[in-house]
Design a protein around this ligand. Structure first.
Ligand SMILES: NC(=O)c1ccc[n+]([C@@H]2O[C@H](COP(=O)([O-])OP(=O)(O)OC[C@H]3O[C@@H](n4cnc5c(N)ncnc54)[C@H](O)[C@@H]3O)[C@@H](O)[C@H]2O)c1
Length: 335
């Protein structure tokens, strides 16, 4: 990919202080782009931990506030947008759907409507999720981009609704240049929601605290490494910038290597040779039931490969050491 493409590009990232946003800002500022971002309020984040914020212009406010968003857009010449802001915690969404739907649904139409009729905008990437598809039987997986939504649970519904809104704005009625991404679970440095499986597992080992499983470990998930996802965001955004015909496209990304929750727990605990602790977790998993979560989820990358020859570079096993070391350093500095 041409590094020159990104130099001095005017970029807006919503949710810039989140896990994906911080990593994206780190890469883009490194490539010489002019990065602006929307933050809700100051919080623990890779953005500050690695001083990336010093190279960005930050705007503090709600993604749902139309005049705030419109004002930022009017005063800047954004050509490229990554819409990442969302309430992403499934457990939080199950407890309070209203707040999640405000951020994820209203937030999406507030942002997209603010770009309606904007002459400068060339590329908008909207981060949806594999959760937008909802539950499909295992034999119908991996999900395909043309599957209709069967979302039921609040977070999944928020992403499915946002997808429909995105479809409207990229249609011939509004013609906004938008690509929707539906990625599997992302992991890696900077993910600080400790309700997510990998941060929770790694923290439990580093801090020597018991890991509490949410289910019987038989659910299937697909984990993509953050560096692969950042490569992909840059690829899709630059392709759309150069070719408006890509507007309205949806791209899934996963690894083609689904794992059960139990396999992930085993990989991480075996990596640190914690056999005794692992046995306790496996015992606790027996017959434990979860509700409000999809059972089987995994993706492939066949459409991405067909269009752009993209495939993931990193495997889970190759990245465990790096991920562990990052959390060790982070948790030692944030007691
Ligand atoms: N992390 C994953 O595994 C994964 C997988 C697939 C899709 N996604 C999608 O990628 C995007 C980024 O996810 P992430 O993992 O970085 O999540 P994150 O929670 O780390 O980051 C999201 C950011 O959005 C901000 N935000 C939430 N509500 C807001 C509001 N009302 N106004 C302004 N800002 C608000 C939060 O403060 C946070 O910084 C999300 O849209 C998510 O649905 C993530």
């Amino acid at each position: 990919m041409s590094k020159k493409f990104w130099k001095n590009k005017q970029i807006l990232i919503t949710g810039i202080d989140g896990f994906v946003g911080s990593n994206l800002a780190k890469r883009l500022t490194g490539l010489g782009a002019n990065v602006s971002g929307i933050i809700q309020k100051k919080k623990n984040s890779l953005l500050y931990f690695e001083s990336i914020h010093k190279k960005c212009k930050l705007f503090k406010g709600e993604i749902t506030n139309k005049s705030f968003i419109q004002n930022i857009i009017n005063k800047n010449n954004f050509e490229i947008v990554f819409h990442l802001a969302a309430q992403v915690e499934v457990g939080v969404a199950n407890k309070s759907p209203y707040k999640t739907w405000e951020s994820n649904i209203r937030g999406t139409y507030t942002l997209l409507d603010s770009f309606n009729k904007n002459k400068k905008i060339k590329s908008i990437i909207v981060a949806s999720s594999d959760k937008s598809y909802g539950s499909y039987p295992k034999q119908d997986l991996p999900y395909k981009e043309n599957y209709s939504s069967r979302a039921i649970f609040p977070y999944d519904v928020s992403k499915a609704c946002a997808d429909m809104i995105t479809k409207t704005y990229s249609s011939s009625l509004f013609n906004l240049p938008i690509i929707t991404t539906r990625f599997a679970n992302i992991y890696g440095p900077g993910q600080l929601h400790f309700s997510a499986l990998i941060p929770d597992l790694v923290r439990s080992i580093i801090k020597n605290i018991p890991f509490i499983p949410r289910g019987d470990g038989k659910d299937i998930r697909d984990y993509v490494y953050i560096e692969d996802i950042i490569d992909l965001y840059l690829l899709l955004s630059s392709k759309l910038y150069k070719n408006k015909n890509l507007k309205g496209e949806i791209f899934n990304a996963g690894t083609n290597q689904p794992l059960t929750i139990k396999q992930i727990v085993k990989k991480i605990y075996n990596f640190k040779r914690k056999k005794k602790e692992l046995d306790i977790i496996l015992k606790k998993m027996k017959n434990k039931k979860t509700t409000g979560e999809i059972k089987y989820q995994f993706m492939d990358f066949s459409k991405l490969y067909k269009y752009f020859k993209w495939k993931p570079k990193f495997s889970f096993d190759e990245t465990i050491q790096e991920v562990y070391d990052w959390y060790f350093n982070y948790l030692s500095n944030n007691k």
